[in-house]
Design a protein around this ligand. Structure first.
Ligand code: PLP
Length: 400
C-alpha cells in the first residue's frame, strides 16, 4: 500500500530539509492505516496506541466516515458561509441534539474553537454580564493545553510553548487545576469564564479530584460566570461518555470540540453551547472560510451518527476498565491515570533513567506518545480486548 518509493530515512531527511522544524516526529513514516493498525512505508505494521491525539476515536478510515467523505467529494466541497448548503444546518442540528446543546459554531482546528469560545465569552461578559469594556478575565488552569494560537499560548504554563512568542494577550488568570478554593479566590465581578479541560490531556491525562467539576459549575452559577469545557481531546466518547463532563452530570455553558469530530479525516471543530451565550455573536463578528464547509459537515454528520449509537462510549467504558486493570499490573509504572480507553502511564523514575520507552515499543510493533515521563495511551475505540492484551504485553516487555 506504499504510495511512493521513498524509504523512512528518505522521508526524515526530506522533512528536515523542506519542512519547518516545528516537531521532532518519531522516526517512522506512515503510509496506511485501518482500524487500530497502521503500516509504514517499509510495510512494517504497528498497533496504534497513540490514536492521533484522540482524533482517531472511530479507528483509522472508519468505512462510514470514508463513505460520507467520498459521497460528498462527488457533490460539493465548498461554499463558504456566504451561502447556505445542504450539510450545514443538519450538521448543527444533529451535533446539538447529540450533545444536548442549542447552538453550534463550526470551525477547523481545536485551537480555533478555543479561541472562538474566548471571544464569545468576552463579548458575553460585556453585553450580558455588564463587565466594563476591556476588563473581562478568563480563568484557566495550571498545566492547561488548549492549542497554539498567540492568544492561547498567552495563558499556557508550559514555558516552551511561550518562549520567544510575546507580547501576550492579556486578560487571563491561572489557578492550580483541581483546587476549588483557588478558583473561588480568583473569580471577580470581571470574570467572564472559567476555561478547563475536564481531564487534562497533554499534561498527562490528569483527572481532577472527585467533585471538583461539580463545584466549578456551582461557583460559576453563583458568580454569573461561564463554564467553558474544552473537550477537544477528552470529548466524543474517549472517556466512555459522549462528553467527559457527562460523567459528573455537569453541563458547561460552552464546549469546544475537534479531533474526532471528523474521525481524523479532515480538520473539523466547533464551539457548541447555550443559545443565549452563542447568540452574542452577530453577523460580521466572526468568520472562517472553511468553517462549516460541506465536506466537513458531511463527515461530521457521519461521526455524529456513529456517536449516537452509543457503541463507542460503551467500548471505551468496558475496554477502558480492562486496559486500566492491565496497565496497573505492570512493573516499571508508578501511576496510571485517566478514564475509559485513555491512560497516562507514568513511568517509574528508575525506568525513565534508562531512556525512552517509545523506541523499544516501536521495535515491538506498538506506536505510542511519550512525554514528560509518561506514555499517553489513547488507542482507537475499535480496538479489541486481544489487541489491548497484545499492546500491554509489548509495554511490559519494553519496560522490563
Ligand atoms: N484543546 C485541547 C484540550 C487539545 O488537546 C488540543 C490539541 O491537542 C487543542 C485544544 C488544540 O487542537 P488543535 O491542535 O486541533 O488546534
Amino acid at each position: 500500500m506504499a504510495v511512493d518509493v521513498l524509504s523512512t530515512q528518505d522521508h526524515i531527511t526530506l522533512a528536515e530539509s523542506w519542512g519547518a522544524h516545528d516537531s521532532v516526529p518519531f522516526p517512522v513514516a506512515l503510509s496506511h492505516g485501518e482500524g487500530a493498525w497502521v503500516n509504514d512505508v517499509e510495510d512494517r505494521r504497528y498497533l496504534d496506541f497513540h490514536g492521533g491525539y484522540s482524533s482517531i476515536n472511530f479507528g483509522h478510515r472508519h468505512p462510514d466516515l470514508v463513505a460520507a467523505a467520498k459521497a460528498q467529494l462527488d457533490r460539493l466541497t465548498m461554499s463558504t458561509r456566504a451561502f447556505h448548503h445542504d450539510q450545514y444546518a443538519p450538521f448543527c442540528r444533529e451535533l446539538a441534539e447529540l450533545t444536548g446543546t442549542e447552538r453550534v459554531l463550526p470551525s477547523n482546528s481545536g485551537g480555533e474553537a478555543v479561541d472562538t469560545a474566548v471571544k464569545i465569552a468576552r463579548k458575553w461578559a460585556y453585553q450580558i454580564k455588564g463587565v466594563p469594556d476591556g476588563a473581562a478575565e478568563v480563568i484557566v488552569a495550571d498545566g492547561n493545553f488548549h492549542g497554539r494560537t498567540t492568544t492561547i499560548i498567552s495563558f499556557s504554563t508550559h514555558a516552551n510553548h511561550r518562549a520567544g512568542f510575546g507580547p501576550f494577550t492579556p486578560g487571563f488568570k491561572v489557578v492550580p487545576f483541581g483546587d476549588i478554593d483557588a478558583l473561588r479566590s480568583a473569580i471577580t465581578e470581571n470574570t467572564a469564564a472559567v476555561l478547563l479541560e475536564p481531564i487534562q490531556g497533554e499534561t498527562g491525562v490528569v483527572v481532577p479530584p472527585k467533585g471538583y467539576l461539580t463545584d466549578v459549575r456551582a461557583l460559576c452559577d453563583e458568580s454569573n460566570t461561564l463554564f467553558i469545557a474544552d473537550e477537544v481531546q477528552c470529548g466524543l466518547a474517549r472517556t466512555g461518555a459522549t462528553l467527559a463532563l457527562d460523567h459528573d452530570g455537569v453541563r458547561a455553558d460552552m464546549y469546544t470540540l475537534g479531533k474526532s469530530l471528523s474521525g481524523g479525516l479532515l480538520p473539523v471543530s466547533a464551539v457548541i453551547g447555550r443559545a443565549d451565550v452563542l447568540d452574542v455573536i452577530t453577523p460580521g463578528d466572526h468568520g472562517s472560510t472553511f468553517g462549516g464547509n460541506p465536506l466537513a459537515c458531511a463527515v461530521g454528520r457521519a461521526a455524529v451518527r456513529l456517536l449516537a449509537t452509543g457503541e463507542f462510549q460503551e467500548r471505551s467504558r468496558e475496554l477502558g476498565a480492562y486496559l486500566h486493570s492491565r496497565l496497573n499490573e505492570l512493573d516499571g509504572v508508578s501511576e496510571v491515570r485517566g478514564r475509559g480507553l485513555w491512560a497516562g502511564v507514568q513511568i517509574s523514575e528508575e525506568r525513565t533513567a534508562r531512556g525512552r520507552v517509545t523506541e523499544a515499543l516501536a521495535e515491538r510493533g506498538l506506536l505510542c506518545r511519550e512525554d514528560r515521563g509518561h506514555l499517553r495511551v489513547a488507542p482507537p475505540l475499535v480496538i479489541t480486548r486481544e489487541e489491548i492484551d497484545l499492546g500491554v504485553s509489548m509495554i511490559a516487555d519494553a519496560l522490563a
